[in-house]
Write a protein that binds this ligand. Structure first.
Ligand code: 5GP
Ligand code: MG
Length: 177
């Protein structure tokens, strides 16, 4: 059931525009900047940031894709295992400023797996994280550099990030079973 609508299309667009400006300000432009979207919804978000950055600076920064899912492998351990399915990063990330993009930051385990995968590929100058929603409940010392909105949630609640490219509508909802 939907409990609240916390972002509409305008709010999402404004948050992404702000984040694009923050990325450019913090990195002093686009030199050595690359974006990596985490499948699934981090990819259209990274594409939107790439387009906004191009509108502001006139430079199209490289965009790559990481496909990571978490699964509970065994009911007796309750441990969550990240699995890297596929990486589409057709450029060298060594010496680059890498901005990881995902829809929701929760425990931090997906980002930790993404860091492992990136570090296997090369030696970035630094790695930054952009998310639309930080819903809390971190289990690792990981934080986002760029946040659309901080949304304190209970563990029973979930965030639905709906994007035009995948869901046909731009909005963010809080739901509960
Ligand atoms: P974490 O690995 O930080 O626990 O969870 C983050 C990953 O799981 C992200 O890739 C995100 O897509 C997904 N995720 C975790 N919680 C939520 C949620 O409440 N809503 C959505 N849409 N995705 C979530
Ligand atoms: Mg995800």
């Amino acid at each position: 059931a939907v409990k609240a609508r916390i972002m509409d299309a305008d709010k999402l667009r404004r948050a992404l525009t702000r984040i694009a400006h923050e990325i450019l300000e913090r990195n002093r432009g686009t030199e050595n900047l690359v974006l990596i979207g985490i499948r699934r919804r981090g990819v259209p978000l990274a594409e939107r940031l790439q387009k906004l950055i191009e509108e502001i600076e006139g430079v199209k920064v490289p965009l790559g894709i990481l496909d990571i899912t978490l699964y509970r492998d065994d009911l007796t351990t309750l441990s969550v295992q990240p699995v890297i399915h596929r990486t589409e990063i057709p450029f060298n990330i060594s010496g680059k400023k890498v901005v990881l993009v995902d829809d929701v930051l929760f425990t931090g385990r997906t980002v930790r797996a993404a860091l492992d995968a990136l570090i296997d590929l090369g030696r970035p100058q630094n790695i930054q994280l952009a998310v639309i929603i930080d819903r809390g409940h971190r289990e690792l010392p990981i934080r986002a550099d760029y946040v659309g909105k901080n949304v304190p949630t209970s563990r029973k609640e979930e965030i639905a990030v709906q994007l035009e490219e995948i869901d046909g509508v731009d909005q963010v909802l809080i739901t509960e079973l």
